[in-house]
Design a protein around this ligand. Structure first.
Ligand code: PBG
Ligand code: ZN
Length: 323
């Protein structure tokens, strides 16, 4: 009999020795949604276990993240006031700048990544400045304001900047702005492959960023396109991205592999809100063994080629890993 494959599956220690991929707390970045106020911790209906928090609550949350061995977070802001240009994101006393300063003061060992975009800060909910005549996002006007936003994050003490608006030329623009501002050691994690996806639905509830007209398909990528995804990642790498990303993750693991093979920067996947919600609600209904499916999903990301996993599940994973 031909038992070549079974031989390595019988002894659990041997299985440990030959396992090709693994998941560790070191792989994770945990998203946090910050809003003004005090003592606010509001659960999002479509994402059980995910909260909008005021800064004081975020500081407490960092304490429990550290206890779980999780030291990296990505911040999203929900400002008090939204306007046509997203002024709150450009102000050194805006919600994100204030959150970064407070976190770095209370928890200097936390690695604070900032999502750089305009959709959470604009009254129209688009990821950039609107060209009112063409009723679309003005790429170059958005670049200019993005450079300002990056410097606001940098000055407040951000450890890494992650532009998510999918504007052409954003990486080059931010790299020069940061270098000129004296922040040449501040890394950029590009949302290099961000598809126009229905999986972002629950996020737009929590970030209150549903576009008031149209959709994001004039700047986010067509889910049907593989070569375009590779080309844009190569372009972002050439413009100076330090880390690349594929988002969403689950329906795009082929793209993760493609980009891993065509670029040489570390690669992140964003396990997005809709993916989180699907697992959560299936688990709640008793339809799946939640913990098992969760870990299987995470290992899938690593096996596909991801180095970093941005996930709302990070705390649950840390607990399952024994932290
Ligand atoms: C903002 C941004 C979005 C996400 C991350 N940054 C939403 C969007 O493009 O609508 C989605 C994250 C998620 O769904 O978990 N540009
Ligand atoms: Zn956006």
């Amino acid at each position: 009999m031909f038992h070549r494959f079974r031989r390595l599956r019988i002894n659990p220690q041997l299985q440990n020795l030959v396992r090709e991929s693994s998941v560790s707390v070191n792989d994770f970045i945990y998203p946090l949604f910050v809003r003004p106020g005090e003592g606010i911790k509001t659960e999002v209906a479509s994402m059980p276990g995910v909260y909008q928090m005021s800064i004081d609550e975020v500081l407490k949350e960092c304490e429990s993240l550290k206890a779980l061995g999780l030291y990296s977070i990505i911040l999203f802001g929900i400002p008090a006031v939204k306007d046509s240009v997203g002024s709150d994101a450009l102000c050194s006393h805006g919600i994100i700048a204030s959150a970064i300063r407070a976190i770095k003061a209370a928890h200097p060992e936390m690695f604070v990544v900032t999502d750089l975009c305009f959709c959470e800060y604009t009254d129209h909910g688009h990821c950039g400045i609107i060209d009112t005549q063409r009723e679309t996002v003005d790429n170059d006007a958005t670049l200019e304001l993005s450079a300002k936003q990056a410097l606001v994050h940098a000055k407040a003490g951000a450890d890494m900047i992650a532009p998510s608006g999918m504007m052409d030329g954003i990486i080059q623009t931010l790299r020069s702005a940061l270098d000129e501002g004296g922040y040449n050691e501040l890394p950029i994690m590009a949302y290099s492959t961000k598809f126009a996806s229905g999986y972002y639905g629950p996020f737009r509830d929590v970030a209150e960023s549903v576009p008031s007209f149209g959709n994001r398909s004039s700047y986010q990528m067509d889910p049907a396109n593989r070569l375009e995804a590779i080309a844009e990642s190569i372009e972002d790498e050439a413009q100076g991205a330090d880390i690349l990303m594929v988002k969403p993750a689950l329906a795009y693991l082929d793209i993760v592999r493609d980009i891993k093979e065509n670029t040489s920067r570390p690669l992140a996947v964003y396990n997005v809100s809709g993916e989180y919600a699907m697992l959560k609600f299936a688990g709640r209904e008793g339809l799946i063994d939640y913990d098992r499916v969760l870990m299987e999903t995470m290992i899938g990301f690593k096996r596909a080629g991801a180095n970093i996993i941005i996930s709302y599940h990070a705390k649950e994973v840390a607990k399952l890993l024994g932290h």
